[in-house]
Design a protein around this ligand. Structure first.
Ligand code: ATP
Ligand code: MG
Length: 247
């Protein structure tokens, strides 16, 4: 069974102006896939469609279950989604409250909730923020809290929308290590192409009209002409300037 299967999917925020059209893709269990493309090409929209936050035309299946209203409770247990905007994700007073919210809702007992929260805090290196009030956190601290919140849910599939945004180099490195350690199926939308290169074996490149390329991460991320056509650039580590400085 595919972890994610999308067939001829479409979505328009405004009638007659589709953002996603006839999009099909499938992701196997355990795959780590980077989702790249210029600002406004539809990466976040696709993630919202996959998680059922917005509707869609066509078919979307998560672990074989169709994404539709009656299945959303089950799908949200299987699929964790780190939003692009941390403030839209954190809605409880403290980090602990946010992290415990979903596990509690799934009927996990008090001790198990504590354990799931503590494990996720430790993995992300933010145990010191456990009882911090959300509105008192910095941008990067909020980012790490959002990631920890999703890890505490122990989902089978993780969607991460710009996970490394606002992170300092140390926390970005922790994130990359976590991503590489995770056995879960991952779809990671990002403009941090160096992180994508380090964490994904496959890349899906979107442009205004849908999927422009889908294949081996290194192959796509080394294709300067293709990336530039899509308003992107080579990852920093592959740019001539960086390579020259390293010599
Ligand atoms: N709520 C909304 N109502 C109307 N249009 C929207 C809405 N949200 C997004 N859009 C439009 O849909 C298109 C796709 O937006 P989306 O957020 O999916 O892009 P993205 O690829 O995630 O971009 P970025 O790299 O900037 O995060 C954009 O043209 C955007 O202006
Ligand atoms: Mg986006």
């Amino acid at each position: 069974m595919k972890a994610i299967e999308v067939t001829d999917a479409g979505f328009a925020y405004e009638k007659g102006l589709p953002v996603i059209r006839n999009l099909s893709l499938s992701i196997e269990e355990g795959e780590s896939v980077g989702l790249i493309g210029a600002n406004g090409c539809g990466k976040s929209t696709l993630m919202k469609m996959l998680s059922g936050l917005i509707g869609h035309e066509g078919s979307i299946r998560i672990c074989g279950t169709e994404v539709e209203k009656k299945n959303l409770a089950q799908i949200r247990k299987q699929l964790g989604y780190v939003f692009q905007d941390s403030d839209s994700q954190l809605f409880m007073p403290t980090v602990f409250d946010d992290m415990a919210f979903a596990p509690r809702n799934y009927g996990m007992g008090k001790e198990d909730v504590e354990k799931a929260v503590d494990e996720a805090l430790e993995r992300t290196g933010i145990t010191h923020l456990k009882y911090k009030q959300n509105y008192k956190m910095s941008g990067g601290e909020k980012r790490m809290a959002c990631i920890a919140t999703i890890l505490a849910m122990r989902p089978e599939i993780v969607l991460m929308d710009e996970p490394s945004i606002t992170l300092d180099p140390y926390n970005r490195r922790t994130l990359i290590r976590n991503l590489n350690d995770m056995k879960e199926t991952k779809l990671i939308a990002s403009h941090d192409l160096d992180m994508i290169l380090e964490t994904c074996e496959r890349v899906i490149l979107m442009d205004g009209s849908g999927i422009r390329a889908d294949g081996d991460a290194e192959h796509i991320l080394k294709d300067k002409a293709l990336l530039e056509e899509c308003h992107l650039e080579l990852p920093f580590c592959l740019q001539e300037y960086t390579l020259k400085r390293r010599k």
